[in-house]
Design a protein around this ligand. Structure first.
Ligand SMILES: Cc1ncc(COP(=O)(O)O)c(C=O)c1O
Length: 341
């Protein structure tokens, strides 16, 4: 199939840009130094490419991602870097380990007596203590991490170490003292690690992947596909993800294409349309003004346009499949098979 024949809006991955991003990151954080986060792409075919680049452990945000990775044969060492007290889903993950014949390893984040108890009751074998290192979200206080670890060990579970996600620092520019801010967050994580023990210290994301010499592994995910928000930080990763849209209306001052906010994660703002200025998105449409002298200056109904998302993770989660392309050629159709919870 040709890209120009795809039904729109279509999620499109540029094969060369993807390969560049995976190879670049594998050079910066080889093998187990990176535990790629699958929440950014929710796609086992893409995870397989990351494994081909040497990363065998993966980070997940939902039990669905964990179980989908196991079903795809990528369950060698999975970390659910998120809290859950859902007994049914915890039991399903425990069962996946017990029936996996030694080929499946699942570690669950815990940060409270309740999450420890839920994991233990469900038969989970291994946990990490999730520590609050500055992002107001999950994680226990660094000073409480030792107690949480002891609760888990007393309940019969193996404690593999600690994790902490400094999400509030991802978009800080390098020039604004970013390394010092990340170091302060890692100080808290290492303080917790002293009390917890174990061999794993897991942290970071795409925005801080280059600033983490003191942790054992980095949980970056967005680097594989990238978005316009992360592009502002100047990393050597290329934009590999876009939406293909079709122009459905042309007015003397603007044009409209079929890539609305139901096809795009909007929490980081409007998408970008090369050759045009995006005015706004509505449910099913994007309204743009062509840039004078730009590629879209004489756009017509039926033309195809490229829409670059501002936030990759929620954008991918809206779609059932992505098309891996080179030029006008569709190489493969990849199911976004890790959607849902
Ligand atoms: C726990 C956790 N780790 C790591 C990441 C890193 O993701 P990214 O590479 O997209 O910044 C995230 C993203 O939200 C996260 O929630």
């Amino acid at each position: 199939m040709r890209v120009s024949e795809l039904p729109t809006p279509a999620l499109v991955i540029d094969a060369e840009a993807l390969e560049h991003n995976l190879a670049t990151m594998a050079e910066r954080l080889p093998g187990d130094r990176l535990r790629p986060h699958v929440k950014a792409h929710k796609c086992t075919a893409l995870a397989r490419e990351q494994a081909r680049h040497g990363h065998t452990g993966f980070t997940c945000a939902t039990p669905r991602e964990v179980l989908g990775m196991v079903a795809a044969g990528l369950g060698h060492d999975l970390l659910l870097a998120n809290e859950t007290v859902d007994a049914q889903r915890l039991r399903a993950m425990a069962r996946a380990v017990d029936t996996g014949g030694g080929a499946v390893r699942i570690t669950i984040a815990v940060d409270s007596a309740e999450t420890v108890a839920a994991a233990a009751e469900a038969g989970i074998h291994e946990v990490l203590v999730d520590v609050d290192i500055g992002l107001p979200r999950c994680g226990c206080a660094p000073t409480d991490a030792g107690r949480i670890a002891e609760l888990a060990r007393n309940a019969g579970m193996e404690v593999r170490g600690v994790m902490g996600y400094e999400g509030h620092l991802m978009m800080v520019a390098d020039g604004d003292g970013k390394q010092a801010k990340v170091d302060a967050a890692v100080d808290l994580l290492l303080q917790a690690h002293d009390a917890v023990g174990g061999s794993v210290v897991s942290s970071g994301g795409t925005g801080t992947h280059h600033l983490h010499p003191r942790v054992t592994e980095v949980q970056a995910g967005s680097y594989a596909l990238m978005d316009t928000a992360y592009a502002t930080l100047g990393f050597p990763f290329r934009n590999a993800l876009s939406l293909l849209g079709t122009v459905v209306n042309v007015h003397p001052s603007w044009f409209v294409a079929d890539v609305g906010l139901k096809a795009l994660g909007m929490d980081h703002g409007n998408s970008a349309v090369p050759g045009a200025t995006v005015w706004y998105h509505s449910d099913e449409h994007v309204t743009c003004a062509p840039e004078a002298g730009g590629r879209l200056a004489d756009v017509r109904v039926g033309d195809r346009i490229t829409v670059v998302p501002a936030h990759v993770d929620p954008t991918v989660a809206y779609h059932e499949q992505a098309y891996l392309v080179t030029g006008d050629q569709v190489l493969e159709t990849w199911p976004i098979d890790l959607r849902g919870w």
